[in-house]
Design a protein around this ligand. Structure first.
Ligand code: CA
Length: 416
């Protein structure tokens, strides 16, 4: 099925540049939402759609694995560019792509740009957000409604360009006549609810009108972020209309974006500590205390004690290597900067199991107050990659806070 296509990207009402990019290169559709400062975010999202556009040549029928490697190629391209240009360090982007092959939509996805399917009047989110709040909802710590308004809702735990490797989610949807697909950046979903999205998609027969209407609604709701939507209508026809066959990307970014305002998310990879070893007598890795055997101890009791010691040693090793060594969180360092820790934020039996492994140049005090509290509580994540993405996001929040409050900036300059 060839879809009718509608697409629109808008800067919104608050930001002064559009860091979103999209690609309409039928049958391939991509939305990318860049981050990392005015220019860097734009570079990242553009590199994502361009690389994927080149990696999925017209006339081929890529399977999910090929789409996954196309997204990984884009990740590498962004990461390498960031390594070679200091001003772009720390940039990243979300990426959600849809490829339509016959009666199937193949989807690959990283970050919090979403794909929705409207079928029989019901709207279903196909992609799973890679955000802290989505994880909290999954774990039952937050309701979906609370997540929509949570101050951490825009913190992504996975993005392209943050590391040389990235995990890509893929899925496919068997299409039916009348289906509508929407791919959008969080500038839409953070401004309007799913009920409104459903109403527009169901009510507008023309996908371009639907795309325009969604952007207008997000702007009416405040337009606090860049808004990008690609709407596809599968009406069963073999011939597309609208932008079918054409390649469209968003118009060039606002040339007035000032390069001197790029906030490179500089991150020092310095190792500042090692695991603090547990105090003597509790760390079960060392041999037990050498105590003279007493003759009264019978063999079965001795055997049980040996067994108990083995269980304790094994337990301690499992605890340390399975839990401590693979746990990460983001919190304030001793000198007040944002840092990534390996280990556990809370002490266990009075012992600490944590190591500060990367420290940002950004101070916790530079964050907006809501984020400051989160960092004070420690933001627990699943992997080092997620920790890095979280740190990068926080650095961006701090940079945005500084942009919005020039007095803060001036103070800092006066001091130096
Ligand atoms: Ca965004």
């Amino acid at each position: 099925m060839r879809p009718s296509i509608g697409a629109r990207s808008d800067v919104g009402r608050v930001r002064d540049g559009n860091e979103d990019s999209y690609l309409v290169q039928e049958p391939l559709f991509v939305v990318a939402d860049g981050m990392g400062g005015h220019v860097a975010g734009d570079v990242a999202s553009r590199l994502a759609v361009e690389t994927i556009g080149n990696e999925v040549p017209a006339g081929t029928v890529p399977d999910l694995r090929t789409l996954e490697s196309a997204v990984k190629e884009a990740n590498l391209a962004i990461w390498e560019r960031a390594q070679s240009e200091p001003a772009l360090q720390g940039m990243g982007t979300t990426c959600t792509l849809v490829l339509v092959v016959d009666d199937e939509a193949r989807i690959a996805h990283v970050g919090d740009s979403r794909a929705y399917l409207l079928r029989d009047g019901k709207l279903e989110q196909i992609t799973e957000d890679h955000t802290l709040v989505a994880r909290m909802v999954k774990e039952g710590r937050l309701s979906a409604e609370e997540a929509d308004h949570h101050p951490q809702r825009s913190i992504v735990t996975r993005a392209l360009g943050v590391d040389s490797e990235v995990a890509v989610d893929t899925t496919s949807v068997a299409l039916k006549k009348g289906d509508r697909l929407l791919v959008c950046s969080d500038g839409l979903t953070s401004m309007i609810g799913t009920d409104q999205i459903r109403e527009v998609l169901a009510g507008e027969p023309d996908p371009q009108s639907a795309a325009d209407r969604l952007v207008d609604l997000a702007n009416q709701a405040g337009g606090e972020d860049n808004i990008t939507v690609v709407a596809l209508l599968f009406d069963g026809g073999a011939t597309g209309k609208g932008a079918a066959g054409a390649t469209t990307t968003k118009p060039p970014a606002d040339a007035s974006a000032r390069t001197d305002e790029v906030q490179p998310g500089a991150r020092a990879g310095n190792v500042t500590g090692a695991f603090q070893t547990p105090p003597e007598g509790v760390g079960a890795e060392r041999p037990g205390p050498a105590r003279p055997r007493t003759r009264r101890r019978s063999r079965p009791i001795l055997a049980m004690l040996v067994l108990l010691a083995i269980v304790l040693v094994a337990g301690a090793l499992v605890f340390r290597y399975a839990i401590v060594e693979s746990s990460y969180y983001v919190a304030g360092s001793r000198d007040g900067r944002i840092a990534i820790y390996r280990g556990l934020p809370e002490d266990v039996l009075g012992m600490s199991f944590r190591e500060e492994i990367e420290t940002s140049d950004t101070a916790v005090s530079d964050l907006p107050s809501a984020f400051r509290e989160d960092v004070a509580d420690a933001i627990e994540v699943d992997s080092l990659d997620e920790a890095r993405a979280t740190l990068q996001n926080l650095e961006q929040r701090a940079a945005e806070e500084e942009d919005e409050d020039p007095s803060k900036d001036r103070k800092r300059k006066d001091r130096s």
